[in-house]
Design a protein. Structure first.
Length: 105
């Protein structure tokens, strides 16, 4: 089972330049997401494996932590270095952290 990390750990990872992938649906991503997050919807992960690394850690986030854990478990089983963010974007927003409204990338 993939590791789960806190939004505070995610914030430090973003400052360090680590990769963040948001696995929510496009409309959810457009409504607000963690800055620097790349959008790859959960159901499109299998055809986007090239976006993930087996060497450097990718931080996976969704709305509350369920879909990101599903994605992280799948990716970890494929040999990728990933962690799931507990509480997801909902916890990030509730904590008053910066939110980006940019379109899907």
């Amino acid at each position: 089972m993939a590791n789960e990390v806190s939004i505070n750990e995610l914030e430090q990872a973003i400052k360090a330049g680590d990769k963040v992938v948001d696995v929510r649906e496009g409309w959810e991503f457009a409504d607000g997401h963690v800055p620097s997050a790349k959008h790859i919807a959960l159901n499109s992960i299998p055809e986007n494996l090239s976006e993930f690394s087996k060497d450097s850690k990718t931080w996976i986030i969704c709305q509350s932590g369920g879909r990101s854990m599903t994605a992280a478990n799948y990716l970890e089983a494929q040999g990728y270095n990933v962690v799931s963010v507990a509480g997801g974007t909902g916890a990030w927003i509730q904590a008053g952290k910066e939110v980006s409204m940019e379109a899907s990338n």
